[in-house]
Design a protein around this ligand. Sequence first.
Ligand code: DLL
Length: 440
Amino acid sequence: MSTTGKTRLAAAPHDSLDPEERMSRDELESIQLRRLQHTVRTAYEKVPTYRTKFDEVGVHPDDIKALDDVEKLPFTTKEDLRKAYPFGMFAIPREDVVRIHASSGTTGRPTVVGYSRNDLQIWAGLVARSLRASGVRPGMIVHNAYGYGLFTGGLGLHAGVEALGATVVPMSGGQTAKQVQLIHDFEPEVILCTPSYLLTIADGMSAAGIDPRSTSLKVGVLGAEPWTNKLREDIEAHLDIDALDIYGLSEVMGPGVGNECIESKDGPHLWEDHFLPEIIAEDSTVLPDGERGELVLTTLTREAMPVIRYRTRDLTRLLPGTARPNVRRIEKITGRNDDMIILRGVNIFPTQIEEIVLALPELAPHFIIELTRPKRLDELTVKVERRDGTDLAVATTAATTLVRRVRTALGCNIAVDVVDPGAIERSAGKFQRVHDLREH
Ligand code: DLL
């Protein structure tokens, strides 16, 4: 029971889990090996990019005799997928591809992903599994505010809600006032969106005179961008919900590669019957479980577009399963190796600043990081809104504290610019936190 008297959603009963969530580690690994061998062979035989790359390092599908043999295979990068634009990575005839998605990519060509009918069914099943782990049950109303379109969030979660047998409201992102109205009128228990957009929706509720804690919502299944446990606490307190982390990426499938369980909320469990994870160091060597590095994923069941050792750029580590003891978890991802800021030699992740901002109640969780180079030296400015109802003088004192805490915690000097509530542009999907205004 929560402080407003809402009941909490419960953990999934054991007998409602998929057989793969319950099987022993040995059984799981033998399925993984069989699927890996099949995937590697198909990639080699059907996708010229893979054949060339395998031949270059002298590895053949017959060399995959154990799960560890995956380490013999070359990595795949976003650049490889771009080079094969648009359909060069498909392993099945184009006419058998029933859906296409693409990741936006800020510059240049997008990366295209294709799905067979079977791929879509597996994806929907994994999203259903993820939602069930989040406490969602058949019959519940689920408000889906992830963007529909080429982005995998909207349609990916949509299909999973239907596969679970819950009721999906396909709202998509944007039109915040309408989101607030439909949440008020339809009374969903579940909301699906990015964590940053949920903050925008919560502000929209307040603007409409609705206490964000008073709505029917009980659970948010949030992802598609890095967010910290501190932001989780904020969201949970502000909306009186459980906030769960859903992970995924379009190149490998879309949302639902892993998901947190409501009973543990300790980082997404990876659905290892469909994805083989590895963690690598900067020099590309494979690290043991527990060590931090870049997540690399190999798909085990994708037909239309198998992906071998895809370098996700996401930084995390592999941890033992808890609520699902047979599969490993990833530690909550708080950054990508390509969004690390190097400020005069100091490495900073935007989420490290997020944690410090959120610890100051005088400041709102709405901020951006601006990088400039006024006098040939890089400068970092945090533009942050003062909390509604906090006066400027009080917020300015909090800003001084922010500068000091960043210096102590991260070892660098930043500037802080306190702006009025509502001054930072809101996003309806993935939030663009860092604005790099330096001339390169
Ligand atoms: O963001 C898929 C998705 C949709 C996941 C909805 C969850 C919910 P892409 O647009 O290809 O796909 O972006 C993938 O987003 O490599 C991470 O850097 C980041 N990301 C996704 N989920 C999380 C998360 C979708 N839970 C990229 N935590 C990934 C942190 C995340 N980062």
